[in-house]
Design a protein around this ligand. Structure first.
Ligand code: SF4
Length: 332
C-alpha cells in the first residue's frame, strides 16, 4: 500500500467532528497564522471559550530535554531542533523537586519528552528517581538507544516497583515516507532501536503521527503491527496521534483557520474527562504549563509550581479544537 496521501488536518472523517463550515479552503482565503482571522468571518476573539477544570492531577509531564532535539521533524508542534533553546534541559534536582510536590497532589504517572529526552545527560538518573514514586514513560525518537542504553533501561525496569514504558516515534512504513518527515536515515535507525529493545525484552510503544491518511486506518495500523512483529516484538503496541497545526507543522501543512476554535457549548458533559488538561500539567525548566501541547504559548504557562496551576484554564487556543475534534490524549 503506498503511503502518499498527506492528511489535510482541516478535513475530518471522525464521528465526533463538529459541523465544519468548509472542507478545505486553504487554497483560497482560509490559511493564516494562529490568532489571525479570515476576512469576513465572525471574530473568534470576540467569542466566549469554555474553561477546563482540573478534576484531578493524575499525569505529570516533563519537558525534560526542553526544545533541544537531534532531529528537526517537519511536523513537530514544539519545533524542537538541535538549535532551538526556547526551553533548556531540566536537571535531576529540578525534576526531583516537582516529584516531591506531585506526590502530595496525588499524581499517578509521569511522562518525559522534549526535544529528545535522552539528550538530557541525567535522563537515566531522572527515570530512576521517578520509578521510586510511580510509573514512567519516555517519549524518544530512538536514535540514542544503543545496546548499552537498552540494557541499562531493562535493568532499571526490572529493578523498579513501577513500570517503565518507552515510546518511539516513526511516521511511515518505509524510509521514503518516514524520512521525508523525520530526516534522512531515521527509519533504519529507529528499526535498529526497536530491534535492540526487543532483544532486551522491553516492549516499546510505537508512536505514529497521522501525517499520511493511511497511517491511522485499520490497514495502516496492521501494517505497523506487522513491522513490529517482524522485529521480534510479539505483542506490538501502537499509538496514533493526530497532527497539531502549530510549530513546524504550521509551516508544513498550514496553520489553523479562525473557525477552528472551541466555543461555549461545544463540549458535552461527557467529554471533559477526556481532555488531558482536565487531569495533567506539563513542567519545563521555566515553570508549569497547562498541557504538553502548548509549551511554546506564553499564555499557557500557569505558574512556578504545581500548586499555582490548579485553576481552570480557558480553551481559547486553536490546538484545543484538535483535542476536541479528535479526542486526543498524549498519554499512552
Ligand atoms: S491543547 Fe488540548 S490539552 Fe492543551 S489546553 Fe487545549 S484542549 Fe487542553
Amino acid at each position: 500500500m503506498p503511503v502518499a496521501e498527506p492528511v489535510d488536518p482541516n478535513v475530518m472523517d471522525v464521528e465526533t467532528k463538529p459541523s465544519l463550515p468548509v472542507g478545505d479552503d486553504r487554497a483560497g482565503s482560509g490559511s493564516e497564522d494562529i490568532g489571525g482571522e479570515v476576512e469576513g468571518s465572525p471574530s473568534a476573539a470576540s467569542e466566549a471559550h469554555p474553561e477546563v477544570v482540573l478534576r484531578s492531577l493524575d499525569t505529570l509531564w516533563f519537558q525534560v530535554a526542553g526544545t533541544v532535539c537531534n532531529l528537526a521533524c517537519t511536523h513537530c508542534f514544539v519545533s524542537s531542533s538541535p538549535t532551538n533553546r526556547t526551553h533548556e534541559f531540566m536537571t535531576l534536582q529540578q525534576v526531583q523537586s516537582f516529584l516531591d510536590e506531585a506526590a502530595g497532589l496525588g499524581v499517578k504517572e509521569y511522562y518525559f519528552t522534549g526535544g529528545e529526552a535522552f539528550l538530557n545527560p541525567e535522563m537515566e538518573a531522572i527515570l530512576e528517581a521517578t520509578l521510586r514514586v510511580g510509573p514512567a514513560s519516555v517519549l524518544t525518537n530512538g536514535l540514542l538507544l544503543d545496546r548499552q542504553r537498552c540494557e541499562r533501561l531493562k535493568a532499571l525496569a526490572e529493578g523498579a516497583e513501577y513500570s517503565l514504558d518507552i515510546r518511539i516515534s516513526l511516521d511511515g512504513y518505509d524510509a521514503e515516507s518516514n524520512d521525508a518527515i523525520r530526516g534522512p536515515g531515521t527509519f533504519d535507525r529507529v528499526l535498529e532501536a526497536l530491534s535492540l529493545l526487543a532483544e532486551v525484552e522491553l516492549n516499546p510503544v510505537l508512536t505514529v503521527t497521522e501525517v499520511y491518511r493511511e497511517l491511522a486506518s485499520h490497514e495502516g495500523k496492521e501494517r505497523f503491527f506487522e513491522l513490529l512483529r517482524g522485529l521480534g516484538l510479539t505483542k506490538p503496541r501502537l499509538k496514533v496521534l493526530p497532527i497539531f497545526q502549530i510549530g513546524a507543522e504550521a509551516e508544513r501543512s498550514n496553520a489553523y483557520q479562525s473557525w477552528q476554535r472551541l466555543r461555549e457549548g461545544d463540549l458535552p458533559d461527557t467529554e471533559w474527562d477526556h481532555l488531558q488538561c482536565s487531569s495533567c500539567r506539563m513542567v519545563t525548566e521555566k515553570g508549569v504549563w497547562v498541557c504538553p501541547i502548548l509549551v511554546n504559548e506564553p499564555q499557557a504557562r500557569m505558574g512556578e509550581r504545581l500548586a499555582d496551576t490548579l485553576e481552570p484554564f480557558p480553551l481559547d487556543h486553536p490546538a484545543c479544537w484538535t483535542c476536541h475534534a479528535y479526542g486526543v490524549s498524549c498519554r499512552t
